[in-house]
Design a protein around this ligand. Sequence first.
Ligand SMILES: [Zn+2]
Length: 278
Amino acid sequence: MPELPEVETIRRQLADAVGGRSICRVRVLDPLLVAPESPSRFRRAVEGRQVASLGRRGKYLLIRLDSGDTLAMHLRMTGRLHHTPSGPAPDDAHRRARFTFDDGSTLDFSDTRRFGRAWIVPADHPDPEGYWRARAGVEPLDRAFTPALLGALLAGRSAPIKASILDQRIIAGVGNIYADEALFQAGIHPTRPAGSLGAGEVAALRGAIRDRLRAGIRSGGASIDRYRDTIGTAGTMQDMLRVHRHEGDPCPRCGATVVKTRVAQRGTYFCPTCQPVD
Ligand SMILES: [Zn+2]
């Protein structure tokens, strides 16, 4: 699933490619993509509008339109956005929608498993801040994400630390890949109760989350499963993962065998030596 670094990579590419462009035409090929909105109402909100700016909240891509509406997208498991500067876009049997811009370029939303969504947050929404706060907690790359704030967010929680950092309402944008990598870097066992971390561990975890997310952005994301950027290029972060999907491999730090378990219903990889239970 695309996480913060993958969505941020897409945001930056689209800001260059379609920022300031007008959306001339919208074709919704799969009504499920915009449900419960009707494709025709969705189209009316988007067609003819100019892209004012590209934003992101956690794993949500926000295309802000000159009407004040926000076209929000979530790629979920297998969603992809492909921008074709001009000429015919590559054939894609999984295309769900196409946006055509005033320079003739196109943006295709494709999705094999069809969990991805696109919808409008209207300009006259009574509480847009609250709307996003309910879906996305603190942005881990923001200055506000201090060790003190993370400590306060985790205090009193008995849930495993991995489940807590995967909870999008606590920290926005960290998913399974970067959670495993950050916990390894910080030397914290994924099943430790979140509230049991000491101040030093909290500070190490906060630093590791930011470091791994930044590494992900620098390398254009992790192309595990189906992720590609908007021009179809794979990222390289998957080559730099130390424990995630490395079950049975030697730990790059101590040489012990990386093991796999399940935490919060997610396949979880860690080094039992570098990340002791207590
Ligand atoms: Zn180790």
